[in-house]
Each structure stands twice: as structure tokens, then as C-alpha cells.
Write a protein that binds this ligand. Structure first.
Ligand code: SF4
Length: 325
């Protein structure tokens, strides 16, 4: 029996190379070893301001791009969170086991509350409990996350333990799997790559748009002139090369940058070409799927049907243990 893995996908607009390198590639590498369930977490997405009119488009885009990038739906389930009502039902149950003080200490809540000062809602506060319900509903044992989410998985373990102690053994304690890819920085070289910071390259970017964005990307800021030697160790463009260029190209750029034999424009051109080579098939497949939303919805509906079956069984066990029927 493979262990069950659960992960959430934010329907937050275009999927960018930060998501691809930091999360999607990691998920793809886990598909054969785990029984994988991926949820497009629209109930999480509504905890911040959003436009209802574009939500469905965002869901389709997120599903299409992740599938095109390699989340093969013959080897995993992808579904939309709100299509399985048991997520919110289990959240309510788990809320009764979660002390307010623990949620107040969550770093992500503090950050998000700061960013959304005018809308610090209960959903934002309760986000980690919904996340716990997402995982426990499927008795998820493994959760691939970035560093910033480790605290939430620790909380999930604590809540699972509390439930098991109070009502009877039911939930495994989920373990986090840290992605090998470090935080992917945006083209500004300062902030994590994100849509809100407008420092990203999306997976469906056209080749000329990739070049346009890369040509403006921040490099080693100490390298003022073409003749100045540069330092690849502090250059974000060089970091991006590590994901798209060959070892010999990396080696050559490293040496030529330090001796000022290569300029930043030429260096970025190599990166742009290599990026396009890897991303073009993903872009084509994504657009094919985005232009055929009915087939994407069919895939998501099929995934939701499988998940509803598992979720119903879990909730039935939960109610039974809690004396709710
Ligand atoms: S040559 Fe390349 S690695 Fe060196 S500073 Fe310029 S962009 Fe960065």
C-alpha cells in the first residue's frame, strides 16, 4: 500500500516558474511513490479579497497548467475543494479541538493579517484548520510543502493526535515533505516570485515575453559596466540558470562572468533560450486545455467523485466516534 499524499493548489491566477520549480516538479517526482491527491483549494482562496467573476477561469487555468506541467491524472487525483462539502464539515469538528492561542501564533496568519489589514476575517484565522481537514479527510500521511508551511503541518499533527486521544484512533499524523528547490526569487532578485509582486514569468508566457521579462531582471548589482567582473553567487539570473541550463553551461557562465568574458545580456539570452525550450511544450499543452474547459471540468468532476467517496467514509467514521449518530 502506498502512503497517501495530499497537497493544495491555489487558484491564484497564472502559474509561474516559482510554482513550477518550487512545487510542481517536486510533486511530479512523488507521483509513483505515493497515492497522490491534489486539490484546487478555492475555499482557501476566498479568505482574501477576490473577484467572483474570474474564479472559475482561475480554477481552469490552475488545473490546466498543472496537468500540462506533468500532473498526470492517470497517476493522481485532481479536484476542486468546494466540490467536496465534507472539507468544511470536518473543519468545524476540528475547530472544536483547536485552541485559539495556537492559531494566533501562526506566522502565516500574522503575515496575511498584515497584508489584509482591512479584511482580517475568521476564515483567514481558521485557514490552518481547513488545511488540516483537507489532509485528514483523506487520511493523508505525507504533505509536500515549502518551509513557510511546516508550522501548519505541525499543527495538523497536533490536531490529529488530539482527535485520536479524545475520540479514538482514526487519523494518521501527517508528515511534511520539504521540496528540494529553495525559495525561487522573483526577477527583482529581492522578493519571492509571486503574481502580487509582479516579478514572475508564467508557464504560459510567449517566448518573446520571456525574453522581455528576463532582459529587465536584476543581476549582480555590483556589476555596473560590461567590463566589470560579476559574481554569479549573488546573481538571481545565475540561480535561475541552475534550473534550466546544463552543467557545462553553468560552469562556463560561472567562469566567464567572473572574468567579464560574458555580459549580462548574453547570459540572459542563454537562459531565455533554455527556458523557452523547457516551457514551450507546457505552454502549448496548457493553452490546448484552457481552450477546452469542458474537458478540464470533466477531469475535475471525476476527481471530485472519487474524493467524495473517501470523504463520506471518513466523516461517517468521525460522526460515529464522536457519538453524533
Ligand atoms: S553574467 Fe550572468 S551570472 Fe554574471 S552577473 Fe550577469 S547575469 Fe549574472
Amino acid at each position: 500500500m502506498k502512503k497517501r499524499l495530499f497537497s493544495g493548489i491555489q487558484p491564484s491566477g497564472e502559474v509561474h516558474i516559482g510554482n513550477y520549480l518550487g512545487a510542481i516538479k517536486n510533486w511530479i517526482s512523488l507521483l509513483d511513490d505515493y497515492d497522490c491527491i491534489f486539490s484546487i483549494v478555492d475555499y482557501h482562496a476566498i479568505t482574501v479579497e477576490y473577484s467572483p467573476g474570474v474564479m472559475q477561469e482561475r480554477i481552469i487555468n490552475a488545473a490546466a497548467t498543472n496537468i500540462a506541467a506533468g500532473l498526470d491524472t492517470d497517476r493522481c487525483i485532481i479536484f476542486v475543494q468546494s466540490q467536496v462539502p465534507e472539507h468544511t464539515e470536518l473543519t468545524w469538528v476540528l475547530n472544536t479541538l483547536t485552541p485559539m492561542g495556537i492559531l494566533e501564533r501562526m506566522t502565516q496568519f500574522k503575515d496575511k493579517a498584515q497584508q489584509n489589514e482591512k479584511n482580517i476575517n475568521v476564515g483567514l484565522f481558521d485557514y490552518p484548520v481547513l488545511q488540516t481537514a483537507d489532509i485528514l479527510l483523506y487520511k493523508g500521511q505525507a504533505v509536500p510543502v515549502g518551509e513557510d508551511q511546516v508550522q501548519h503541518i505541525e499543527l495538523s499533527r497536533e490536531i490529529a493526535r488530539k482527535f485520536n486521544t479524545r475520540y479514538g484512533e482514526l487519523f494518521p499524523e501527517p508528515q511534511h515533505i520539504l521540496s528540494n528547490a529553495p525559495r525561487i526569487m522573483g526577477l527583482d532578485g529581492k522578493n519571492k516570485m509571486s503574481k502580487s509582486m509582479n516579478n514572475y514569468i508564467s508557464l504560459i508566457e510567449k517566448p518573446d515575453a520571456i525574453w522581455k521579462k528576463l532582459s529587465r531582471a536584476v543581476t549582480d548589482e555590483n556589476r555596473k559596466r560590461r567590463d566589470d567582473p560579476g559574481n554569479p553567487d549573488i546573481c538571481n539570473v545565475y540561480t535561475l540558470h541552475k534550473y534550466f541550463s546544463t552543467d557545462s553551461e553553468l560552469d562556463r557562465i560561472n567562469k566567464q562572468c567572473r572574468s567579464a568574458e560574458i555580459g549580462c545580456v548574453d547570459c540572459k539570452k542563454i537562459l531565455s533560450e533554455n527556458m523557452v525550450k523547457e516551457l514551450e511544450p507546457i505552454r502549448e499543452k496548457s493553452l490546448e486545455l484552457i481552450n477546452n474547459p469542458v474537458s478540464v471540468m470533466d477531469t475535475l468532476n471525476a476527481g471530485a467523485e472519487k474524493c467524495r467517496k473517501i470523504a463520506k467514509e471518513t466523516m461517517s467514521e468521525v460522526r460515529s466516534l464522536m457519538g453524533l449518530r
